[in-house]
Design a protein around this ligand. Structure first.
Ligand SMILES: O=C(O)CCC(=O)C(=O)O
Ligand SMILES: [Fe+2]
Length: 413
């Protein structure tokens, strides 16, 4: 190799691990398809950098960022190809359609960063349509492909095959097979979850229910006497309360700054292991109390408000979580639902309560007083559409709270 090639190779190897790899492209593609599904967005809008909701034939603008970043034909092709390679033609088709349409519009212009071409997009889209049962679309796209590459034998054979199929069964001409979105196990939960994500301010209006009240909470703690926290009871069974302005902007900024250098891909408990999974996409870091006095202050505040023991091992370190665009946490429980869960490694029992900070803080009991998990605590973090999102979790365990939250044998308590 010549000197400059060696230098180029060395330089590349130095930065290689910081460059996006296929996993990152795939993750970005999946994130876009997730936003498309959960918020019912159209691909044309997403490709232009705007969010438009499609309901039936109506298109409504949800949000337009101040600066538009559009995707190129090649970008759309790469997204479509990720779906295509998974056999997911439901998502592959609209993204490849967009790629074809953008490639057609710029035919003849050659961008050095493009990996794919109009022919590649037509080829994949034709096959995706064929797989989805739409032979007439597959045929016309294949014919279009042959205009550009008339010598392609495979495509000529496909055209003959599609023509034959259509001649045998002309009904296929109009057969617009409805392709189902790839199935996920709990469809009922999925529909409820997505419905909630789509509804801004979806909390019920409950000011007429006397048991759901607001107060200045001191919890008889000297710590809170001079500065009570505004508490709002949100729900009774399960018991959920909101503490307004639990942290101020400076504190929130500080927590983010402390966590930032330690952020890693989030994992979930799966059997006895901790694994990264598609249903939880975020980065997180654990912050010990010794990291900064602010963490000690937060523990005092949580302890004073909830009356619970939040010293290790009765509570976990603070988990700071950061979601980027498309990041999410699908419906889940915070408590262990299996006795082999790694959550029990702390030997302090299950996660009895969650204290989740996002400037305000939300508190709820995960377990009934019997120790049984409360199935009504199923909750989620909707995919992030714009900007990024931070939350911090303090999980409080069963042991150590025996006199603070007395147990009961009634399954309802
Ligand atoms: O991000 C959210 O809103 C929810 C986070 C959550 O449920 C969790 O981290 O366990
Ligand atoms: Fe959670």
């Amino acid at each position: 190799m010549k000197g400059n090639e060696v230098a180029l190779k060395d330089g590349y190897e130095k930065v290689e691990q910081d460059l996006p790899a296929f996993e990152d492209l795939e993750g970005a593609a999946r994130a876009l398809m997730r936003l498309q599904d959960v918020y019912m967005l159209n691909v044309k809008g997403l490709a232009r950098g705007v969010f438009q909701r499609v309901t039936g034939s109506a298109v409504t603008d949800l949000y337009s960022p101040r600066r538009l970043f559009s995707l190129t034909a090649d970008d759309c092709f790469q997204v479509g190809k990720v779906a295509y390679d998974m056999g997911d033609y439901y998502h592959a088709i609209p993204w490849l359609e967009e790629a074809v349409s953008l490639f057609r519009g710029s035919y003849g212009e050659w961008k050095t960063e493009d990996e794919a071409s109009l022919e590649d997009a037509l080829d994949h889209l034709a096959f995706a349509y064929f797989q989805a049962g739409n032979v007439s679309c597959a045929l016309s796209l294949s014919r279009e492909f042959l205009l550009y590459s008339p010598d392609n034998k495979r495509m000529s054979r496909n055209v003959l095959k599609y023509e034959k199929l259509l001649a045998e069964s002309p009904t296929r001409v109009v057969s617009e097979a409805v392709i189902q979105r790839p199935n996920v196990p709990h469809l009922q939960t999925r529909d409820t979850y997505e419905g909630l994500c789509q509804t801004l301010g979806s909390q019920p209006t409950h000011y007429q229910i006397p048991s759901l009240y607001c107060s200045y909470e001191t919890n008889s703690s000297p710590y809170l006497l001079l500065q009570p926290i505004r508490k709002e009871v949100i729900h009774l069974e399960p018991y959920v309360v909101l503490y307004h302005d639990f942290v101020n902007d400076l504190e929130a900024q500080k927590i983010r700054g402390l966590a930032e250098p330690w952020l890693q891909r989030s994992v979930v408990a799966s059997g006895e292991k901790q694994l990264p999974v598609e249903y939880r996409i975020s980065k997180s870091a654990w912050l010990k109390d010794t990291v900064d006095p602010l963490l000690v202050t937060l523990d005092h505040r949580i302890g004073a408000l909830t009356g619970l023991d939040v010293q290790p091992p009765y509570a976990e370190y603070l988990q700071v979580v950061n979601y980027g665009i498309g990041g999410h946490y699908e419906p889940h429980f915070d408590h262990a639902t299996s006795p082999t869960s790694p959550l029990y490694r702390m030997k302090s029992g299950n996660r009895v309560a969650t204290f989740m900070i996002y400037n305000a803080a939300l508190f709820w009991w995960n377990l009934h007083r019997s120790g049984e998990g409360d199935g009504d605590t199923l909750h989620a973090g909707c995919p992030v559409l714009v900007g990024d999102k931070w939350v911090a979790n303090k999980w409080i365990h069963e042991y150590g709270q025996e006199f603070r939250r007395p147990c009961s044998s009634s399954p309802e308590d």
